[in-house]
Design a binder for this molecule. Structure first.
Ligand code: GLC
Ligand code: GLC
Length: 816
């Protein structure tokens, strides 16, 4: 069953009924001011940091699930009837409803009692504000008098404090209302130099800023007292819960349309110019008024919207493909790329499943997010690498997370996830391959943000490798520390106290538990750094890294191979995890994917055995399960993984992030049909027809799909913020379509389904555009042996990087 449809030409997903199985959300903003918006206008906004600069308030885990947002009410002043054009919060049955989620904007349109209404929400590029553009049309045969109410509930900035410290916060709220603009200025009188504002293009008939006056005692957002009676109270908030509400009265003649613009924004003043007059407590509005005036004018708002669309057209044009699969095309060309931008911006901080206060930017998460983003805006990827590296510890270890506003490592979560530092090498390698900008390796960056400790980025990467080598266990495999990629495999934790966090509780400084996964990751990272060293003319070091990789590979084949697949780990007792000899958790997906991606077992046949085992034990129609059999009870020595009921999350869920590793491994083995088959199983667009089972948005990947052991097998959860986005993008574009940036150029090495007659890709790469036509006349899976470049033949399948010149280069390739 579907709840809408893809409009590929407009690059929108159009939802046609408001009661989707879960809120289907979108993101606004791509630079500094961001918003989350659901298909019924729920959600919130923030500036840079979803915890420290929350602009509007949102209550998680609510009933209904999604409640609180950018709501508008319309009231027919003659009949007294009122409704919301976005369905929530009144939930009156609308005669028509559509929500079009586009790239950086959402348009919700509806019809109720002959009034057509549409709200367009977006954030102009380069600005710290959001525009709500409301248009109304009277389809009655008679004039209609409407009252329009806007509404937003302000957050008192720090979202965590806002949700916990009521004894203080009920007394701090402050607003100012000047010339129809509502300013939220809590704590501006003291140490803050920022405020929020909510403005309206029309003359106001009234306003409210105190929530409980607007709503009335014992009433909720579904029937505010002011809306019910048709008139605001002009309340000024002192403490309690400051809100913004404008009332605009409009009379519409038959067939007449009207547009009203609302702006919600964030503004900072220089600390010594906060007040005007200077000795007053009134906000200095001089710096913000020009911005407000600009965007309250419809032509400027419209121009900003067009600019946003052009921006996305340009970004997406970096990689466009036409294949025989509509599901692949729309994900690659539109939605997967878009999700990669969102994961790049948010890491795992703010979604409808991430509260924006728990987790900032993850070290391993953000390093991996680069893989799907770097080709769109390499300069921003460069900045991210620098931010990440600057939080690295002198030991080469890493803070597991950092806060986006301060860019400082998060002490509460700390470090000791022994895989973390290695991901930085892979992220940096991806940047080098895309951009050819070797200067980044010379950037002098501190450790732990401590001035005076700077070394070149290259040394940060060296220390990452050393960190692993200095922490080897009894078999010579890397010690796991708190956890590796699988945050929930906590082999040194032994937590028996309810409520303890598996991630942060004091761990044993274990010297026994080893990770085969980290071993595979190390082999990959060490070989990558060896190439970097070679190309950076540091030949001797390259030799050391290759030797270290070879040694780890040998160790892995000796102690990390179970006979039919790769082992997962050794626990604190030195016993195997992920072995045929285990009762539960006999085979895990992560080492199969990562070891093969590192090239291990491709020559001796182990890789093929491991892939066959994955197919036999882990593959389901809904995707590939993380491990089998599921843990049926809690195991003290395994930790959080066994805390989940079977089939969910890391305990035998389909943890989508890992699926593309198998797709890539299958592609490396030359299995184009299997690689693409796995690709389609979790492709959100391909799952659209089963939306009632999948339940999450059909246009973006979710972190997890419930596994075979779950009661709700096939149900997706935790949409949007997941490494699945970047890795799937890499799997399909670089390994299945095979258009792969390398240090010296663009590799054309497709591994596709035999039934495909070919495909066509346009790829911008280092300043030129390649139009690549791949033909598959003999129905093969792989085998490009030569290329025709602008008509001339070159041997092999590497397009050497050309001088950047804005050229359009035509390339033909055939599988043979
Ligand atoms: C979550 C985390 C990620 C981790 C994964 C597996 O997605 O953000 O860092 O690798 O879970 O535990
Ligand atoms: C929880 C989640 C896991 C996530 C981790 C991040 O353990 O289950 O998926 O990676 O938190 O801290």
């Amino acid at each position: 069953m579907r709840y809408g449809y893809f409009d590929d030409d407009r690059r929108e997903y159009v939802i046609t009924r408001p009661d989707t199985p879960l809120p289907w959300i979108n993101y606004l903003g791509c630079e500094a001011y961001f918003g989350i918006i659901s298909n019924t206008a729920g959600g919130y906004s923030f500036y840079r940091d979803a915890r420290l600069r929350r602009i509007s308030r949102y209550r998680y885990n609510n009933a209904p699930f999604d409640f609180g947002g950018r709501y508008i009410y319309l009231r027919d002043q003659d009949t007294g009837e009122f409704w919301s054009p976005t369905w929530q919060p009144t939930r009156r049955t609308l005669e028509e409803y559509t929500c079009s989620h586009g790239l950086g904007y959402t348009i919700i349109g509806s019809r109720y009692s002959c009034i057509a209404a549409e709200v367009r929400y977006f954030i102009p590029l380069g600005e710290n504000l959001e525009i709500w553009q409301l248009s109304l049309k009277n389809e009655h045969g008679h004039p209609t008098r409407l009252a329009v109410f806007s509404s937003i509930e302000f957050c008192l900035w720090d979202a965590w404090d806002d949700a916990t410290n009521f004894q203080r916060n009920f007394s701090t709220g402050q607003v100012e209302v000047q010339d129809g603009v509502i300013y939220h200025k809590t704590e501006y009188r003291e140490r803050r130099n920022h405020f929020a504002y909510f403005a309206c293009s029309e003359k106001l008939a009234g306003f409210d800023t105190q929530r409980d006056v607007f709503l009335g005692p014992y009433r909720g957002w579904d029937s505010p007292a002011a809306v019910e009676r048709g008139r605001c109270f002009d309340s000024i908030a002192y403490g309690w819960a400051p809100i913004g509400c404008h009332q605009v009265d409009v009379t519409l003649q038959p067939k007449e349309s009207r547009e009203i613009i609302f702006l919600l924004g964030y503004h900072e003043n220089p600390s010594d110019e906060k007040f005007d007059p200077p000795d007053s407590q009134a906000i200095n509005r001089k710096t913000v008024l020009p911005v407000i005036r600009k965007y309250l004018a419809a032509p400027n708002a419209n121009a900003a919207f067009e600019e946003l669309k052009d921006y996305w057209s340009t970004l997406l044009s970096t990689f466009q493909v036409r294949t025989p699969s509509a599901d692949a095309d729309r994900m690659v060309n539109i939605w997967n790329a878009y999700q990669c931008m969102v994961t790049f911006n948010m890491s795992r901080s703010a979604s409808f499943y991430e509260s924006g206060i728990g987790r900032g930017m993850g070290f391993r998460d953000s390093s991996q997010d680069l893989l799907g983003f770097v080709h769109m805006i390499p300069e921003r990827a460069r900045e991210r690498i620098i931010d990440l590296a600057a939080t690295q510890l002198p030991t080469g270890g890493a803070f597991h997370q950092y806060q986006p506003l301060t860019k400082r490592g998060n002490n509460d979560v700390g470090s000791g996830f022994n895989d973390d530092p290695l991901w930085l090498i892979l992220g940096t390698a991806a940047y080098l391959k895309e951009s050819g900008d070797w200067s980044i390796l010379e950037e002098k960056l501190p450790y732990e943000n401590e001035p005076g400790t700077e070394t070149p980025l290259y040394e940060h990467l060296q220390r990452s490798l050393r960190y692993t080598l200095e922490r080897l266990g009894p078999h010579g495999l890397p010690l796991i520390g708190r956890a590796d990629w699988n945050d929930c495999l906590n082999l040194n934790c032994f937590s028996d106290t309810p409520g303890q966090s598996f991630q942060t509780t004091t761990n044993k400084d274990g010297k026994t538990a080893e990770s085969v996964f980290i071993a595979g990751l190390f082999v990959m990272a060490a070989r990558e750094l060896a190439v970097i060293a070679q190309k950076g003319r540091l030949g001797e070091e390259a030799g050391q890294y290759l030797a270290a990789a070879a040694k780890m590979e040998a160790t892995l084949l000796q102690h990390g191979w179970d006979g039919n697949w790769f082992l997962r780990a050794y626990d604190d007792y030195g016993q195997k995890i992920g072995s045929a000899s285990c009762e539960e958790g006999r085979i895990f997906i992560e080492p199969q994917g990562f070891c093969i991606m590192a090239g291990i077992g491709l020559e001796n046949g182990d890789a093929l055995k491991a892939l066959a085992a994955v197919k036999e034990h882990l593959a389901t129609p809904h995707g590939i399960i993380l491990q089998q059999p599921a843990y049926s009870r809690y195991y003290l020595h395994l930790g959080e993984i066994s805390s989940y009921p079977p089939g969910y999350k890391e305990n035998a869920g389909i943890f989508c992030h890992t699926n593309p590793w198998i797709m890539i491994a299958e592609a490396m083995a030359g299995h184009g049909d299997d690689a693409f088959d796995y690709y389609l199983r979790i492709n959100p667009s391909a799952r659209e027809p089963i939306s009632e089972i999948h339940r999450c948005e059909p246009y973006v990947y979710a972190q997890m799909i419930a596994g075979r052991d779950a009661a709700t097998h096939g149900e997706a959860k935790n949409s949007w913020l997941t490494g699945t986005a970047a890795w799937n993008y890499a799997a399909i574009t670089q390994w299945i379509l095979g258009i792969r940036p390398e240090y010296d150029g663009l590799r054309i090495d497709p591994v596709i389904p035999a039934a495909w007659g070919g495909f066509r890709v346009t790829r911008r790469f280092r300043g030129n555009t390649y139009v690549i036509e791949v033909k598959n006349p003999a129905s093969l899976n792989r085998g490009v042996k030569k290329l025709l470049v602008d008509g001339g033949e070159i041997p092999g399948n590497l397009l050497p990087a050309a001088e950047p010149g804005g050229a359009v280069i035509h390339v033909e390739a055939a599988l043979e």
